[in-house]
Design a protein. Structure first.
Length: 390
């Protein structure tokens, strides 16, 4: 299926490069279990191909691409190898963006370059047991130590994707001393390195898509002042960066849904029942047509939302609209693909099943569908998005 938006020659070349590389080096193993050694080797291959830190500055090892161009690469990779698309997202268009937007040159040399070279991995630590959708209710605190050279971090985080392998955690925390009654105002972010004393991974859970999600503990964890990206007064600014994460998440969903549609299309043209191809049954043709229509609309919505303004920022309204529409639609398309495959689609190893389980998560992480609807509603009603009981 063609693109809903006219892409430039360069953008088409990026997509072709990703597709060729993925078909040659990744696709065969994309849905098979992977050892830690295989994972590390795959990350290095992605780095050699220039697919990590694609939007990061060239002088710190990145690709210097526009956000939109890099997202096209993530979407394309998700068609062939969802796990690699996720690495490109975390260590590039999503979480790693915090480093290149907020990090000093020294911080970027220390962490961004190794990430771009596939020697380091990052994760984002925002959610807490009592602060999920209500992220501004987080209670993890970063208190300046008496020596003034470090911060003492206390608290805990849950559901942290990639925590099992991450070397650094972009950690959101409240700066200052409790009590805090300032909504999100005291929230800032710092980098916690995996081997920091007082930092531990309490457990690694597995989600519906068999991805690991870690629970973190900061127990008088002493973090050098050097690691601070922004020391409070920055929630709005952080969320604007986090918006990159949000669209990068749904770009993966779109790539996976498109792949499931293409698999279903092929299956319908080869599988025969009642002496005919499945593609001969009009009810199934209409399902396929709906999938094509919905994917087309997703692509147009996402590509529009990816356009940054003159200030380099994404429009939050476009982000929330795209997040809701693309995530929900892609879940539906993946579900229809399973239906078209029948029992074959429901088997554990089947790619359409594995993609469905991954895509389902995009309707939850980066803000649930309800939370993004709240944000859209606040904008269209011209009200503040304040969900707290008064
Ligand atoms: C696959 C996956 C990966 C993730 N990765 C990370 C990660 O790397 N780092 C990280 O920090 N977190 C991560 N998360 C956590 C994720 O951000 C949270 O799960 C999400 O923000 C929702 O929070 P919660 O689970 O506490 O649900 P809750 O906030 O308890 O919400 C439960 C339900 O209530 C609804 N709800 C809550 N408040 C409102 C309201 N005001 N109006 C309407 N509905 C409401 C929600 O939409 C949801 O349906 C991940 C989650 C998933 C599923």
């Amino acid at each position: 299926m063609g693109s809903a938006v006219n892409l430039t020659e360069d953008q088409l070349a990026i997509k072709a490069m990703v597709a060729n590389f993925a078909k040659r080096e990744l696709a065969d193993a994309a849905f098979k279990p992977e050892t830690d050694e295989q994972y590390t080797a795959r990350l290095k291959r992605l780095a050699r191909q220039g697919l990590l830190g694609m939007t990061a500055p060239v002088e710190h090892g990145g690709g210097g691409l526009s956000y939109f161009d890099a997202l096209l690469a993530v979407e394309e990779m998700a068609r062939w190898d969802p796990r690699s698309a996720h690495e490109m997202h975390t260590n590039g268009t999503g979480t790693a963006s915090h480093l290149w937007v907020l990090g000093t040159s020294e911080q970027q040399e220390r962490w961004l370059r190794p990430i771009c070279e596939g020697r380091m991995r990052c994760a984002i630590a925002m959610t807490e047991p009592e602060a999920g959708s209500a992220a501004t209710e987080m209670t993890t605190t970063a208190t300046l130590a008496e020596d003034g050279d470090s911060y003492c971090l206390n608290g805990g985080k849950i559901f942290i994707s990639g925590g099992k392998h991450a070397d650094i955690f972009v950690t959101y925390a409240r700066f200052g001393s409790p009590p805090f009654a300032d909504g999100g105002r005291s929230i800032g972010a710092l980098i916690v390195e995996r081997d920091t004393p007082g930092f531990s991974i309490l457990r690694n859970d597995h989600n519906m898509a068999d991805e690991d999600q870690a629970q973190l503990l900061f127990d008088n964890c002493v973090v050098p002042k050097f690691n601070v990206l922004v020391d409070g007064n920055a929630f709005g600014r952080l969320i604007r960066i986090y918006n990159r994460n949000r669209l990068s998440g749904v770009a993966q969903a779109l790539g996976m849904a498109a792949a499931s549609y293409e698999d279903a299309l092929r299956h319908m043209q080869t599988r025969r029942q009642f002496g005919r191809e499945l593609a001969d049954f009009q009810g199934l043709q209409w399902m396929l047509a709906d999938m094509a229509i919905q994917l087309n609309a997703c692509r147009a919505t996402l590509y529009q939302a990816c356009q940054t303004g003159p200030d380099g920022e994404l429009d939050p309204l476009q982000v929330s609209m795209a997040k809701v529409f693309v995530a929900e639609t892609c879940v539906r398309v993946c579900d229809m693909a399973i239906q078209l495959f029948g029992g074959y689609g429901y088997m554990a190893e089947s790619p359409v099943n594995q993609r469905y389980r991954r895509v389902r998560g995009t309707a939850i992480y980066g803000g649930t569908m309800q939370i993004h609807r709240n944000m859209v509603a606040a904008r269209v009603l011209g009200r503040r998005n304040d969900q707290r009981r008064r």
